[in-house]
Design a protein around this ligand. Structure first.
Ligand SMILES: [Zn+2]
Length: 243
């Protein structure tokens, strides 16, 4: 084998070494992209629960205002009845007296209706308070889960970033040992083919796309004159047992 052949073998070895590093770099970067999604879901659930809590608070307020209004109404009615009662002795004719009595009866009937509504309102108020308390507990749990997940994510991201930095500095050491034209060819494929730029051939099969590799391609490879790519996926090929 010529000196050039040994050089190409060395270059292939360097590319394989780079590929091992790049595979991890791609994996870490993918994890950094995908991980936040899990926490986003929990965050959305937490926000939805908070919105529901707000609705329940609004509902309780509406009931409280309505109760207050009905209580004022009741007070006014009671005062009206007392006033009408007090005026009975001032009436001169039986007709006026009977009319006022009837009026008082009607006022009392109105008052009873308001009292009933107030009683129902208390039940509603109680139910709304209970629903609110229950929802507060639910929201607290969702908040706890979200915060725990967020903390876990932040910790994991920090670890991945550390590992990524290590791999990137390893890459900076190895990359300059590859011929610039080989490096740019490899990197182009790496980025186009999801982090896999150079693959080994196993049993006449491309390790990237798993398609059959012809004898002719293998013969080309064995010459070690130039980089040989897979006809199907364009990834750079190598024979593992020859390196
Ligand atoms: Zn292939």
């Amino acid at each position: 084998m010529a000196v050039a052949g040994q050089n190409l073998k060395d270059q292939l070895k360097k590319l394989v070494e780079l590929q091992v590093i790049d595979e991890e770099i791609f994996r870490y970067k993918r994890e950094l992209r995908e991980k936040p999604a899990e926490v986003e879901t929990l965050k959305a659930q937490f926000e939805a629960k908070k919105a529901r809590l707000k609705q329940l608070e609004e509902k309780l307020k509406v009931i409280q205002v309505s109760q207050k209004e009905m209580e004022l109404d009741l007070k006014a009615k009671e005062e009206g009845i007392a006033k009408a009662d007090g005026s009975l002795s001032l009436l001169k004719t039986n007709k006026e007296y009977q009319a006022r009595l009837l009026e008082i009866e009607n006022q009392k009937a109105d008052k009873s209706q308001v009292e009933e509504k107030i009683l129902l309102g208390y039940d509603e108020l109680e139910a709304a308070r209970k629903a609110l308390e229950a929802e507060k507990a639910v929201v607290a749990q969702y908040e706890k889960d979200f915060n725990a997940a967020k903390k876990k994510l932040d910790d994991e991201v920090a670890v991945i970033n550390d590992q990524l930095k290590v791999k990137e500095s390893q890459r900076i050491r190895v990359a300059p040992e590859v011929r610039p034209d080989f490096l740019s060819r490899y990197e182009r494929i790496l980025n186009n083919k999801d982090g896999l730029g150079i693959v080994k051939i196993v049993d006449h099969t491309c390790g990237g796309c798993f398609m059959h590799v012809t004898e002719q391609v293998i013969n080309e490879l064995k010459k070690y004159e130039e980089l040989v790519s897979c006809d199907q996926c364009a990834r750079i090929l190598y024979l593992a047992d020859e390196l």
